[in-house]
Design a binder for this molecule. Structure first.
Ligand code: SF4
Length: 316
């Protein structure tokens, strides 16, 4: 609720110059138990920072994170620890996120130690975990460099689910993988979600991947959510001009089915100096006078069917 994350920065052309990167600005959303909420947007729009704030890896500048209705910041350290156990993360780069000097068994066992579990996972438990993510129990003694990218991400997933979490923040979990491997990993994640009742926050810049896995989708631009609805409604009828441009860029195999591509002009403005009013107004094909002065709020549209929120002056 109202999550904001600003990073102070130093440097620039003049040494000693300081500034603030507005990575995430006043973002609110909820995730339902057992659903996958997709979070999409271009690189640098703040989606990874938002995921890390939810996870507690970055303390937010403002705003709160609630888990099962409890404000995580207000819990005592013991309760906080137990809430943290219920949230885990899958990282983008499966190689960078695994300690190259540890065997797979040590990597997976470390999770129990970090979280102060009295009972350290047995070899048999870890072998079962590896088999659950499609690896062999014998892989327990191998090192990360002996695996392919897809297998390493399976180890990352095994680590995330080892302590039986409720919520998993997936930060671009397949973008470093070949397309053929991506679908295997996505299918594994969907299977685990069904079996374990997991809730996913699925962060990606790839709209085709997000469409495949998400129940609802939030579209981010320059630190703000600009559109939020079900996956079906978003792909069938996007309202925000930025979402329309993003969707028009998805490659389609059938050239006859191709809709007209919307080419956005200009670059994404710097998050150090976000434009006033609507942050998209410097690139929007439908920009109006009001757009550069008044910030559009994320509001529900009057449409039939699923709730559909957008932040655009065209509709209000
Ligand atoms: Fe475009 Fe204005 Fe809507 Fe922003 S508020 S998306 S600039 S029409």
């Amino acid at each position: 609720s109202g999550l904001t994350k600003h990073f102070p920065v130093r440097g620039g052309i003049f040494l000693g110059q300081t500034g603030v990167v507005h990575a995430v600005d006043d973002v609110s959303f909820s995730i339902k138990k057992g659903e996958t909420l997709g979070l999409v947007g271009e690189s640098g729009c703040g989606k990874t920072t938002l995921g890390r704030c939810v996870m507690g890896l970055y303390p937010p500048t403002a705003g709160k994170v609630f888990l099962h209705g409890k404000n995580m910041a207000l819990e005592n350290s013991r309760q906080m620890k137990s809430m943290r156990l219920q949230m885990q993360m899958i990282f983008q780069d499966p190689f960078e996120s695994l300690n190259a000097r540890h065997t797979v068994g040590e990597i997976l066992r470390e999770k129990y130690i970090i979280h102060g579990k009295k009972r350290v996972g047995t070899d048999q438990e870890i072998k079962t975990l590896l088999e659950r993510v499609g690896l062999s129990g014998d892989d327990i003694h191998r090192f990360p460099h002996e695996f392919s990218g897809g297998q390493r991400q399976r180890i990352g997933i095994a680590r995330a689910i080892s302590l039986n979490p409720r919520v998993v923040i997936c930060d671009e979990p397949v973008s470093a993988l070949d397309v053929s491997v991506q679908s295997q990993i996505l299918n594994l994640m969907v299977t685990l979600q069904r079996e374990m009742g997991l809730t996913y926050l699925f962060i990606s810049h790839d709209l085709a991947v997000v469409k495949h896995v998400s129940d609802r989708i939030a579209v981010m631009y320059l630190g703000k959510i600009v559109e939020f609805t079900t996956a079906r409604a978003l792909y069938k009828h996007p309202y925000h001009p930025y979402t329309r441009a993003l969707l028009s860029a998805i490659p389609l195999p059938d050239p006859l089915a191709r809709k007209q591509r919307i080419i956005l002009k200009g670059e994404v403005p710097s998050p150090e100096t976000p434009p006033p009013g609507c942050r998209f107004h410097t690139r929007c094909p439908h920009v109006m006078d009001i757009c550069s002065t008044k910030e559009p709020k994320l509001k529900p549209l009057k449409v039939q069917g699923s709730p559909h929120l957008t932040a655009c002056h065209l509709y209000f």
